[in-house]
Design a protein around this ligand. Structure first.
Ligand code: ASP
Length: 342
């Protein structure tokens, strides 16, 4: 009899679980990503990694895990892959270093954590979560962030772990272009930084991010990046800035961004999408279109976002030629795409 009760209880909770909606979306960066610039093998490599990341996050949600854990699991896969500009494969600064930023936010209690300019933490997204859960602060930077990470036992690695030939070459190209610009422009010594004010037309933003809704109805968002190639003066972009590159609120949505960080900070992109939903009653789609396809475009800000609301609706708007992206829902729907026409 007791066994029978337990059996029915399990059956009931199983079917309740099945009715609960859960879903996640990921991005691996936006930019000038067009079909003619990619080989079939490269395309496959990216799609396979995006699928692996989606599946890692989905597996957490399927077992009843939290949106926060799903965000971490999905981002780990991309942080560990040299394909994306986060952790391994991070872009290089002007001085030839990898300086990484990450943030995470819990939509349930609006708690958040971030790290900026870290150089030895194997998983910056884990460090962001640790700041949120194990410190009294929201954002830690540089040496202090590393000291904190080490103290609480996060894995630290030599800077060579993050190195990839491909990103090193990108830096050399950027430095060469800068030199050409300087050679051709007599007044260019007055120029503060070609990087900050103009991004080459063929620039790709390779930041990674994930937004998730778990079976309990909680939302979370996370973003991890190496920033932008040739950045200098300890420049920090939008990715670790709560409200700009990352935001989550159970009452509205969860958002993770990728793009030209300066514009995303000034436009407070992630929070603006949430605020349009909260104060103006816009849908997730309407809010994303307004911010990414109108406001940002008018201001000259290239990039995109992935977003999810408490109903599990997903919207992934971007104003560049492409964005590595995908989603997977408990309804069985799944999509992995790269180009705007996908
Ligand atoms: N948003 C990032 C930054 O500005 C770059 C990216 O999305 O790849 O640092």
């Amino acid at each position: 009899m007791k066994k029978l009760v337990v059996f029915f209880f399990l059956l009931l909770s199983g079917s309740l679980m099945a009715q609960q909606k859960f879903a996640l979306a990921i991005h691996g960066g936006a930019g000038t990503i067009t079909r003619d610039r990619m080989t079939a093998e490269q395309e496959k490599e990216y799609k396979d990694k995006l699928e692996e990341s989606l599946n890692a996050g989905y597996a957490v949600l399927e077992k009843g895990g939290s949106a926060l854990d799903a965000v971490g699991a999905a981002i780990h896969v991309m942080e560990e892959s040299p394909l994306f500009n986060a952790a391994k494969g991070a872009v290089f600064t002007h001085e030839g270093r990898n300086e990484m930023d990450a943030s995470i936010m819990n939509g349930k209690d609006l708690n958040a954590g971030a790290v900026a300019g870290v150089r030895h933490i194997k998983s910056p997204i884990d460090a962001a979560r640790a700041v949120m859960e194990k410190s009294d602060h929201v954002m830690l930077a540089g040496d202090g962030a590393e000291e904190f990470a080490e103290t609480i036992g996060l894995e630290m690695v030599d800077t060579s772990y993050f190195y990839t030939d491909r990103r090193w070459k990108s830096l050399q190209n950027a430095l060469k272009k800068e030199k050409v610009e300087l050679d051709h422009d007599e007044k260019s010594t007055e120029k503060k930084s070609s990087f900050i004010y103009s991004v080459p037309e063929d620039y790709k933003f390779g930041t990674v991010g994930c937004v998730a809704l778990d079976a309990e109805g909680n939302l979370a968002a996370g973003t991890s990046t190496g920033g932008m190639t040739n950045k200098r003066w300890k420049r920090i972009g939008d990715s670790p800035v709560i409200g700009a590159g990352t935001y989550a609120n159970n009452a509205t949505c969860a958002v993770s961004a990728t793009g030209h960080g300066e514009y995303f900070i000034r436009s407070v992109v992630a929070y603006d999408i949430s605020a349009l939903m909260e104060y103006k009653g816009l849908s997730l789609r309407q809010a994303g279109e307004e911010v990414v396809m109108k406001k940002l475009v008018e201001r000259g800000g290239d990039g995109g976002v992935i977003s999810i609301d408490s109903e599990g609706n997903i919207h992934m708007p971007f104003n560049t030629k492409g964005m590595y992206r995908g989603y997977k829902k408990s309804t069985g729907e799944m999509k992995i795409a790269i180009y705007s026409e996908d």
